[in-house]
Design a protein around this ligand. Structure first.
Ligand SMILES: [Zn+2]
Ligand SMILES: [Zn+2]
Length: 402
């Protein structure tokens, strides 16, 4: 496929954010849409200069879990909606995106995957975050953990259905609640298709998680949200009390998870706990954003615009109308998550950015191509100001403009 012209670029006058440290006084040179080198001294004269103005040169962010933005939900299932959401998230620093399904009929999910495939084939012409694959998230949720998703669109894993989704070659992340009948066969099939296999919207016990782990499950969706706890398992199984998804993730070094660090879903203490216990290599930042991102406060459909559940946005977070404070995904971008995580935890900036870039790229199996500023990787580069606000965004060396 012909690429849009990616000029030779050199990023100067910014602190360069590497996965393990910050480097001052360096430049990042990109040629043909790829990073050529991170150098010191005089930058090459032949390249177009991008002046970071004393701020930061950061790797582009990678979002594993995101439903939409700027009025569009990926489940709208149209090329226009997918383009709109990819552009919206690029404005917030996301250069690689995994559009995420909600619950819904097989036809709706198939339409969403097809629309994402069409936009992916358009390549750089979309001028937004690049689609690395689809996150098949709904519909295989536990009946008691559906959250704000349409209940009618929930079901147990159906091999005939998910085989058709996997056969598209577009699904790269696959979620299923571990306690559902057929979950293990689903995990094995997802593993064969080289997906990041995850358990979410689940009330699973440690034993069910251990069985899932043996079948290839390695990640849990939005930690502490719509997942089991010791208390929820006591309700399910009585005493003796049982270890939950939370204990399994913390105790098993092969597991990773993600947090919605918008400051509304989780307190600063929980964000700090997650970072301290799991470290930046096992914890990802995700937006889990819905269509209300970059839209005024009001009512929106979560999922497809025809029959998704109504949710409300106050401009800071989504919530269930009349739901007693139940939240319904976020309405902000990964740039906000990075700033909130940094303020909440005091973690080194390199580690905070790693959680929004290299760690999700590693977990999704795309770290050879993107996720950090390293020679040979795609020129997915951000200019952030001193306060970590996004100033300029480059996807494969091509600037994304508002
Ligand atoms: Zn969810
Ligand atoms: Zn979600």
């Amino acid at each position: 496929m012909p690429r849009a012209a990616a000029p030779a670029l050199v990023f100067v006058n910014g602190t360069v954010i590497l996965p393990d440290r910050l480097v001052r006084g360096a430049f990042v040179e990109c040629v043909g849409g790829r990073i050529r080198r991170i150098g010191r001294g005089r930058p090459p004269r032949s390249a177009t200069v991008v002046d970071a103005g004393g701020g930061h040169v950061s790797p582009g962010f990678v979002d594993l879990h995101v439903h939409g933005g700027d009025g569009a939900d990926f489940m709208d299932g149209t090329v226009a909606a997918v383009r709109t959401a990819c552009r919206a998230h690029a404005r917030h620093g996301t250069t690689t995106i995994f559009p995420t399904t909600t619950t819904g009929t097989e036809a709706r999910i198939a339409a969403m995957i097809a629309a994402c495939g069409a936009v992916r084939r358009e390549g750089p012409a979309v001028a937004g975050a690049r689609i690395a694959g689809v996150h098949l998230y709904g519909p295989y949720f536990a009946p008691d953990k559906v959250g704000c998703h349409p209940v009618a669109g929930r079901r147990d894993p159906d091999p005939a259905e998910y085989r058709r989704h996997f056969a598209t070659g577009l699904v790269r992340i696959a979620t299923c609640a571990a306690e559902l009948p057929g979950a293990i066969a689903f995990y094995r099939a997802a593993r064969r298709h080289r997906c990041l296999v995850t358990c979410g919207h689940s009330n699973a016990t440690w034993t069910e998680m251990a069985r899932a782990f043996r079948a290839g499950m390695r990640h849990v969706d939005h930690f502490w949200c719509a997942m089991s706890s010791v208390a929820s398992l006591r309700q399910r199984h009585g005493t003796p009390m049982q270890a939950s998804m939370e204990q399994f993730v913390l105790a098993e070094p092969g597991m990773s998870t993600e947090v919605i660090a918008d400051g509304c879903h989780l307190s600063p203490e929980l964000l700090t706990f997650a970072w301290r216990q799991l470290g930046a290599r096992r914890l990802c930042l995700v937006t889990d954003a819905n269509r209300a991102l970059d839209q005024p406060p009001g009512r929106y459909r979560f999922g497809c615009d025809e029959d998704g559940e109504w949710i409300e946005s106050d401009g800071r977070v989504g919530f269930v109308p009349g739901g007693g404070g139940a939240l319904a995904s976020s309405v902000v971008g990964l740039d906000t998550m990075v700033r909130t995580m940094r303020a909440a935890t005091g973690a080194p900036l390199a580690e905070v950015v790693r959680m929004a870039s290299l760690t999700p790229a590693e977990r999704a199996g795309i770290a050879r191509d993107t996720g950090s500023l390293a020679p040979g990787k795609r020129a997915d580069v951000l200019v952030l100001d001193r306060r970590l606000r996004v100033r300029r965004v480059f996807v494969g060396g091509v600037e994304v403009r508002g």
